[in-house]
Design a protein around this ligand. Structure first.
Ligand code: CP
Length: 290
């Protein structure tokens, strides 16, 4: 069964197959190829890009879509995650897209017999975000091996960073982290932002994830922007063909200045667009049709 819980579970060849399929989806080749499938989106944590790009992907594929609303469901009567998911399986739904605050929530769902696609779990993994990031990098550079990627910001709380660092290193990229040292992790190669960005090919910014912090950040937004944010001065020190990425949502004038969001080097909205095709590809993979 083609679950997708974490990219660590996939071989490089499988990752490349999903990317190839996503590029095919971008040409329109697989539109309406899942017309008889019913899929359910269960988001137990807020989302705009992941939830609605899955929804867009499902509509392009011709799927019938159920959107689960936790606040009006029997969760409020105390029903468990397992019993909720078992209920959807009993409906005869063909695949489930799940985002949850709990790390590895899917471990308790191992007896469920329909494919589950992880749309983000706690601080651990966000596989479809990493796949769309890889698609955007491949779109620009036509390769992965030898590229330098700098990930700047709240590394410790970011499932995007954790998933990306593992897979990018496996694909031969040189990954460096930067930003506030208290948000970095000792296991990663750290460089000061102004050193890191001048020879980088990809600069990936991360939002400060206030909702995952137990204490308020000690510095103001303006100070954060000056010390660790991408502003036009820093953009002008980047290599000519280097690109800026951000999984979004972004905090304007904190980790990214207003005028950088849609500057010529920014690929932020290309990432959003590629997200639709990656999610089409993982749905096709999950439901056994190509
Ligand atoms: N990048 C991302 O996961 O955004 P959402 O939280 O809006 O889905």
């Amino acid at each position: 069964m083609k679950n997708l819980f974490k990219l660590k579970n996939l071989e490089v060849t499988e990752i490349n197959d999903i990317l190839d399929l996503a590029f095919e989806c971008k040409t329109g080749k697989h539109d309406n190829s899942l017309q008889n499938k019913i899929v359910a989106n269960l988001f137990f944590e807020p989302s705009t890009r992941t939830q609605y790009s899955f929804n867009t992907a499902q509509l392009k594929l011709g799927c019938k879509v159920i959107t689960f609303n936790p606040s009006t469901s029997s969760l409020v009567k105390g029903e468990s995650l397992y019993d909720t998911i078992k209920t959807f399986e009993a409906f005869g739904v063909n695949s489930l897209i799940i985002r949850h605050t709990q790390n590895e929530y899917y471990k308790q769902l191992s007896s469920i017999n329909i494919p589950i696609i992880n749309a983000g779990d706690g601080t651990l993994d966000h596989p479809t975000q990493s796949l769309l990031d890889l698609m955007t990098i491949k779109d620009n550079f036509k390769k992965f091996n030898g590229l330098k990627v700098v990930i700047i910001g709240d590394i410790i709380h970011s499932r995007v960073a954790h998933t990306n660092i593992e897979v990018m290193q496996r694909l031969g990229m040189d990954v460096v982290v930067s930003g506030p040292k208290e948000f970095a992790q000792d296991c990663y190669n750290y460089q000061d932002i102004d050193t890191a960005i001048v020879d980088a090919d990809v600069i990936m910014l991360l939002r400060v994830q206030h909702e995952r912090h137990s204490e308020h950040m000690a510095i103001s937004n303006t100070e954060y922007n000056e010390k660790y944010g991408m502003n036009m001065k820093r953009v002008n020190s980047m290599k000519t063909n280097a690109i800026i990425m951000h999984p979004a949502p972004f905090n304007r004038n904190v980790e990214i200045s207003d005028d950088v969001v849609e500057c010529e080097k920014s690929r932020i909205f290309n990432q959003v667009n590629n997200g639709v095709f990656i999610r089409m590809a993982v749905l096709i993979r999950a439901l056994g049709e190509k």
